[in-house]
Write a new protein. Structure first.
Length: 271
C-alpha cells in the first residue's frame, strides 16, 4: 500500500514537473522563431524629412574617472519623425491617439509583406493600389483582422543615401518639391480602412504617402481610424509574405505625434 502511494505521489510530481517545464518553455520561447531587426540605427547618417531636425549625439563624459573606473554618458536630440519611427494617428488627425495612447496590443501581432518592388523599380513615384493588395490575397488568402501590413517597395536598399532614397539630398522647405519615392495610394488606404481590419501599416520609405504628395491623404485616411504608420522600416527583404509576428515599440513620448521605433519580426519556425 505504501509502495502504491509512493508511486502515485511520484507520478503526480512528475506530471506537475513536466507541466511546469512545458509552461516555462512556452513563456521563454514566446514568440519563437528567427528574429529579424527591422530598425535602422540612429546616427549622423539617419534620414530625416528635409525640413526636420536631424539626429545629434553629444558626449557628456567618456573615459576613466578620477576614481579609476570607466564611465560614459551622452545626450541626444532629434525630430520625432526620422529614421525608423512611428507616426501616431494624431500626426494628421486631431483628437486621435498620441504615441503614448496607442494600445500596446495594436503594436504587436501577425504581419504580412506586400511586395511591390518590381513596380517601384520602374516608377519611383509608384502608388500602391487596391489591386496590389488583392493580388497578394489571391496568393496568400484574405488579410486577416488584426494584421500589421508591411509594404516592400525595395527602396530600403538605398538607405541611408538621401539622394537615392528620397530623390534629393537637399535640405530645407524647397527640397520637399524634389522628393521622389513610392507610397500608398489614398484610394488603397480607404479600401483598407473600409474593408480590412488592420492594426497598423508600415513601409521601407520615408512616408506612407509618396514623395510628391501635397495633401497627405493616405496619412489622413488611416489616422482618422487610429491606424498608426511605421516609416523607414529596415530589412523587409528578409521577411516572407506571411508567417511572422511583429513587435513594434516606440519611445513613449507623452502627447507625441511620433517617435523612434524599435521594431522586430519573429519568423515562425517551420516544422
Amino acid at each position: 500500500m505504501k509502495r502504491l502511494s509512493l508511486l502515485l505521489s511520484l507520478a503526480l510530481f512528475t506530471g506537475f514537473a513536466a507541466a511546469a517545464a512545458q509552461a516555462q518553455r512556452r513563456t521563454a520561447g514566446f514568440p519563437s522563431g528567427t528574429i529579424v531587426d527591422l530598425s535602422y540605427p540612429f546616427d549622423s547618417s539617419t534620414v530625416y524629412w528635409p525640413t526636420a531636425e536631424t539626429f545629434h549625439l553629444e558626449k557628456d563624459f567618456e573615459g576613466t574617472t578620477e576614481q579609476g573606473y570607466y564611465y560614459s554618458a551622452y545626450r541626444y536630440s532629434a525630430a520625432e519623425h526620422g529614421g525608423t519611427h512611428i507616426d501616431a494617428p494624431v500626426h494628421f488627425a486631431k483628437g486621435r491617439n498620441t504615441v503614448d495612447g496607442i494600445p500596446l496590443e495594436q503594436l504587436i501581432g501577425p504581419g504580412i509583406v506586400v511586395d511591390v518592388t518590381k513596380q517601384c523599380a520602374r516608377n519611383p513615384d509608384y502608388l500602391i493600389t487596391e489591386s496590389d493588395f488583392k493580388h497578394w490575397e489571391q496568393r496568400n488568402g484574405k488579410i486577416a483582422a488584426g494584421t500589421i501590413v508591411l509594404l516592400r517597395t525595395g527602396f530600403g536598399r538605398f538607405y541611408p543615401d538621401r539622394k537615392k532614397y528620397l530623390g534629393t539630398d537637399q535640405r530645407g522647405a524647397a527640397a520637399v518639391a524634389n522628393l521622389h519615392f513610392p507610397g500608398l495610394h489614398p484610394d488603397a488606404a480607404r479600401w483598407l480602412t473600409q474593408n480590412r481590419k488592420i492594426k497598423a501599416i508600415g513601409l521601407d520609405t520615408a512616408s506612407i504617402d509618396y514623395g510628391q504628395s501635397k495633401l497627405f491623404e493616405s496619412h489622413r485616411t488611416l489616422f482618422a481610424k487610429d491606424i498608426p504608420a511605421f516609416e523607414n522600416v529596415a530589412n523587409l527583404d528578409r521577411l516572407p509574405a506571411r508567417g511572422f509576428s511583429l513587435i513594434a515599440l516606440p519611445m513613449k513620448i507623452k502627447g507625441g505625434s511620433g517617435g523612434p521605433l524599435r521594431i522586430i519580426a519573429v519568423i515562425a519556425d517551420r516544422n
